[in-house]
Design a protein around this ligand. Structure first.
Ligand code: IPE
Ligand code: IPE
Ligand code: MG
Ligand code: MG
Length: 373
């Protein structure tokens, strides 16, 4: 296992504590501006118990280790710098949540072929390529607790290494000889690139919730959704089941990015392993900030606008922004919204037959909403 894995982050608090004690009506009220989130609060997923982190680890340990080996094998290039960059990122750790989802999706449908290992490596390679490019675009200097690859090798080499990793992930996926797999991966990559471009166009501007959800679907939730769909595609399952699993991934991915954006505002760089408070400094308005902009006083709005326009905390400090966000309940609003999507993810797989993999899929949303990095 890598140095940092999903299993290093077992939440200290019990599952769903962040979602507990919220009035049921809140779910629909909170998400009035959010896409396709039904309020299911009066329904039960099933009587199936949620797996523990240890059970999930025991279920997936061998497969995740095999995916690491596959990634290592696939990241070897005759050009040394490509291998160095790929292996530097790989050995830096990461939660491996996308391969985990692919494995659970495949397992929930009884797939035991090598395809799940190969495609697990494909989604992690693709994710790694997006991180290489994202850190260049965001001018980030740390990733996974170490200097980011662009800081170490420079932008020019990293752009090309990222391209190589994208192509290597496609070439590995091609070994499946499955057009559905390619179809999913190609449209995913286009969505992700479009997401980054749209985000760039909106830097420094005030965006609304609809625009925010469109962006986070493209840049993050789409890969979560495709990881789940790939598990179904290699299990040759019914399209209706593939679509439910994809819906689980989409809801979970939206929750994941909302939490990432809250952590960016509230967590310390030493814990995150990547720059903290960077979104505002990059001119990105995320959910809590959008909420405060809609509800704040004139002075509050002006303070946020100043940071977004200056792309710095030189005039208005980070604690001053946090004070505005707390005063309007904006951080709690964003976490509530993430919890609502996490709950929607669990409900998306209500029809799946009971299995160990389904119990594990019910565990993941709680992990996502209670993580600290
Ligand atoms: C980081 O993803 C990029 C986002 C979509 C927020 P992760 O938080 O999964 O990064 P690693 O792989 O664990 O480092
Ligand atoms: C995720 O957004 C972008 C990717 C899909 C790589 P962020 O820019 O918030 O990701 P981090 O915070 O740098 O990991
Ligand atoms: Mg970034
Ligand atoms: Mg982020």
């Amino acid at each position: 296992m890598p140095g940092i894995s999903i299993f290093a982050f077992v939440p200290h608090r019990s599952l769903f504590t962040l979602c507990e004690n919220r009035p049921p009506a809140l779910t629909s009220q909170l998400t009035a501006n959010s896409p396709a989130l039904t309020c299911y609060s009066s329904f039960r997923v099933s009587t199936l118990s949620i797996a523990t982190a240890k059970e999930v680890f025991d279920l997936l340990r061998d497969d995740l280790a095999a995916i690491e080996q596959e990634f290592l094998k696939q990241s070897a290039s005759p050009v040394e710098v490509v291998t160095d960059i790929a292996q530097y990122l790989m050995s830096g750790g990461g939660k491996r949540i996308r391969p985990l989802l692919l494995l659970l999706s495949a397992k929930s449908l009884g797939c035991t072929t090598h395809s799940r290992i190969r495609l697990g490596a494909v989604v992690e390679m693709l994710h790694t390529a997006t991180l290489v490019h994202d850190d260049i675009i965001d001018e980030a200097d740390t990733r996974r607790g170490r200097p980011s690859s662009n800081t170490t090798w420079g932008n020019a080499k990293c752009v090309l290494a990222g391209d190589w990793l994208y192509m290597q992930s496609f070439s590995t996926a091609l070994e499946e000889r499955n057009f559905r797999v390619l179809d999913l991966l190609i449209s995913l990559t286009q969505q992700m690139v479009e997401g980054e471009l749209l985000q760039m166009q909106k830097l420094g501007h005030l965006i609304n919730e609809e625009e925010y959800f469109d962006l986070i679907y493209r840049k993050t939730a789409c890969l979560f959704s495709v990881s789940m769909q790939l598990g179904a595609a290699i299990s040759h399952t019914d399209p209706a089941i593939e679509s439910q699993l994809g819906e689980y991934g989409r809801n979970l991915g939206l929750a994941f990015q909302i939490v990432d954006d809250v952590l960016d505002l509230t967590a310390a760089e030493e814990v995150l392993g990547k720059p903290a408070a960077s979104d505002l400094r990059e001119g990105k308005a995320t959910l809590a900030v959008i909420h405060a902009l809609e509800r704040g006083t004139g002075a509050d709005r002006e303070a946020i606008r100043t940071v977004l326009a200056d792309r710095s905390f030189a005039t208005v400090s980070h604690p001053a922004i946090l004070e505005v966000l707390n005063r309007h309940g904006s951080l709690a609003y964003a976490m509530d919204t993430a919890c609502a999507y996490a709950e929607a993810a669990r409900l998306s797989i209500a029809d799946l037959p009971d299995s160990e993999a389904k119990r594990a899929l019910l565990w993941v949303p709680g992990f996502v909403t209670t993580r600290d990095r």
